[in-house]
Design a protein around this ligand. Structure first.
Ligand code: HEC
Length: 155
């Protein structure tokens, strides 16, 4: 390969990595609907909303964790959670009114763009979100399900 083409390829890869989001639509949705609480890039806010920079990638690895992610956006969550010695106890609203496509794409943005590790997980599809709509829970039940999901992942 000639030097110019190699340089061009390298700079294209670089441009993609700095431009960020593989799931641009999911990022746009996050930046509209979620960022007020979870902050840019899901870094979280002390005492208010948890960071989303590690656990979503881990949840995505098994069925129970994926269910947990889907149930959280579809039903919201309520009750204290602790991440890295910091507690959060505020209400995550339900996003059940949003489309299956938007919810799948925002979860993919979290799992694949925001989380460095995603344990070989496959992307969420609209059909996967649609199937989870049948499970209606209140926020406290989603909070209880979170313990089971973390346990199933050995966390
Ligand atoms: C009004 C503030 C608020 C908004 C808006 C919000 N969240 Fe949350 N979110 C929270 C809070 C608070 C929690 C933790 C709930 C608890 O303590 O039980 C949470 C928890 C979560 C969790 C679970 C984290 C874990 O460790 O289990 C995920 C995933 C999540 N939010 C994703 C989203 C997404 C995606 C959006 C946008 C579609 C969003 N949130 C919008 C406040 C918010």
């Amino acid at each position: 390969m000639c030097v110019t083409a190699a340089a061009l390829l390298t700079s294209t890869a670089f441009a993609q990595s700095v431009a960020g989001a593989q799931y641009a639509a999911g990022k746009a949705f996050f930046d509209t609907k979620c960022v007020v609480c979870h902050q840019a890039g899901g870094k979280g806010q002390d005492g208010l909303a948890p960071p989303l920079t590690e656990l979503p990638g881990r949840y995505a690895a098994n069925a129970q964790g994926r269910t947990q992610l889907g149930l959280t956006v579809l039903n919201g969550m309520f009750g204290t959670i602790t991440i890295k010695d910091k507690s959060y106890n505020f209400k995550m609203p339900s996003f059940r009114g949003e489309s299956d496509e938007d919810l799948a794409s925002v979860l993919n943005y979290l799992v694949f763009d925001v989380n460095a590790k995603h344990a070989g997980a496959k992307p969420f599809t609209a059909a996967e979100v649609k199937a989870l709509r049948a499970t209606e829970m209140d926020g406290a039940q989603v909070r209880a399900h979170r313990d089971a999901a973390l346990k199933s992942l050995g966390l």
